[in-house]
Design a protein around this ligand. Structure first.
Ligand code: 5AD
Ligand code: SF4
Length: 434
């Protein structure tokens, strides 16, 4: 039996895919190179915006055709599975099983039942110990950095967001488990880890998140620690201090702002004002200059006025984010924001998004140009150069690096090399090996 997993969405979902893959491998199933070669296809889905959901349904449509031609099991996991549950079978009757985000370890049972011919197999229960997934089972993709769960779920209640529904309440993995997993990874050669949670900085697995970072940084062999994602209201002085002083914590902070208007932030129930957000960035003090800052914006939130949007652009310029991800508001089922009047035309929303992204491109270009001429450590993320001859790497600031080396020269996968930055575009930095 061969399986293939198609994953959409965030790093949390990516890592769930690695856990699901491990569960199937432990059952003796083999990983197929593509869904065409698989007997079992898992769609590990995202439902953060309507567009993500469309992609899943279109892939389900494709698989329905394929199922007419050959025996094939189709399972749906991830956020859309948790959100839609049995409704998925109505919309796509060819789905064999549905597995929720809080029941990952039930996968082998569901597959066995579906293989035995049972129809519409489903488990979307809340297993409160889902976050205690046995690390030895996880089958990681071959990446230079390893993803490590520290918390699952989210206790905030942003009015636009599906995640509290799809990922449940916060559960924290005990710090000893996290450290044991990272020690194992380091012993096997991993140099970089990314600590994951819907809200990592509210971590409460026996120590604070700042303490957890310090403890992970003491593990021999680990060179950089990243983390995602953070809520501004849980970003405290202690964490800022570790970020600016601990050389093993990568100099990068993703802190989603969402809007530069206090009125919109209130409607989003983000629990902070713009002034409070800026105050928290201020916790970084003099160290702030060397930390790359990134953020998320939602434009066209219900009732967003021209003035609200102008306020967002002003904060964007004031902070001069090194990068940002921005999206048009997408109404999600069951969320409180559905009740807000949303009469702004889509054309206006699209114009706002384009304007914001244009400003961000200019800021990112300026941020990248500041690296010109510098020599910095970057981590090699390929085993072979691309067809264009350069190698992909990332800096501590999570800048994408295209590294040129002499022909025939091999670079060590997953290791740091010293690079001199020779070219800056808004999308990547060109560099040569020092
Ligand atoms: N519509 C648009 N963007 C959203 N995000 C979350 N929910 C929605 C939604 N309903 C964005 C937020 C969040 C990022 C992961 O996705 O900006 O930080
Ligand atoms: Fe998508 Fe959010 Fe689920 Fe991640 S947690 S897969 S971004 S809906």
């Amino acid at each position: 039996m061969k399986y293939h997993i198609e994953t959409w969405g965030c790093q949390m979902n990516d890592h769930d895919g690695e856990k699901l893959s491990g569960l199937l491998s432990a059952e003796g199933y083999e990983l197929a190179a593509s869904s065409a070669e698989a007997d079992l296809v898992l769609l590990n889905t995202c439902s953060i915006r309507e567009k993500a959901v469309h992609k899943v349904y279109s892939e389900l449509g494709r698989l329905r055709q394929e199922k007419l031609r050959r025996p094939l099991l189709v399972g749906v996991t991830g956020c859309l599975a948790q959100q839609e549950q049995a409704a998925l079978f109505k919309r796509a009757p060819h789905i064999d099983f549905v597995l929720g985000t809080m029941a990952l370890q039930q996968l082998p049972r569901l597959v066995a039942e579906a293989r035995a011919g049972k129809a519409r197999v489903m488990d979307t229960g809340e297993y409160p110990d889902n976050h205690l997934f046995p690390p030895a089972v996880t089958r990681r993709r071959e990446l230079a950095k390893a993803l490590v769960t520290i918390t699952e779920g989210c206790d905030h209640a942003c009015t636009y967001c599906i995640v509290p529904t799809t990922r449940g309440p916060e559960r924290h993995r005990p710090f000893a488990d996290v450290l044991a997993e990272v020690r194992g990874l380091a012993a096997a050669g991993t140099r970089e880890v990314e600590l994951l949670g819907q809200n990592v900085n509210s971590y409460a697995g026996g120590c604070s998140f700042a303490e957890l970072l310090e403890r992970v940084s003491e593990i021999e062999g680990i060179e950089w620690i990243r983390f995602t994602t953070s809520h501004p209201m849980n970003f405290n002085r202690e964490l800022a201090q570790v970020l600016v002083t601990n050389p093993k914590v990568a100099p990068f902070l993703h802190l989603p702002l969402q809007s530069g208007s206090d009125r919109v932030l209130r409607l989003m129930r983000r629990e902070y004002t713009v002034a409070e957000y800026l105050e928290r960035l201020g916790y970084l003090g003099a160290g702030r200059g060397r930390i790359a800052l990134s953020t998320d914006f939602i434009v066209g939130f219900p009732g967003e006025t021209d003035a609200d949007f102008e306020a967002t652009l002003r904060v964007l310029d004031e902070v001069a984010f090194d990068g940002s991800f921005s999206f048009i508001y997408s109404p999600r089922p069951g969320t409180p924001a559905l009740r807000l009047r949303d009469d702004l035309p889509m054309t206006v929303k699209a114009e706002r998004l384009a304007a914001l992204q244009q400003r961000q491109t200019a800021l990112t270009r300026a941020s990248n140009e500041r690296f010109l001429g510098r020599e910095i450590p970057v981590r090699v993320e390929m085993r072979e150069p691309t067809e264009h001859g350069w190698w992909l790497a990332h800096s501590g600031e999570w800048k994408t690096i295209h590294l040129a080396v002499g022909p025939g020269r091999q670079l060590p996968f997953g290791e740091l090399v010293q690079a001199r930055i020779t070219l800056a575009s808004p999308h990547f930095l060109g560099a040569e090996l020092v």
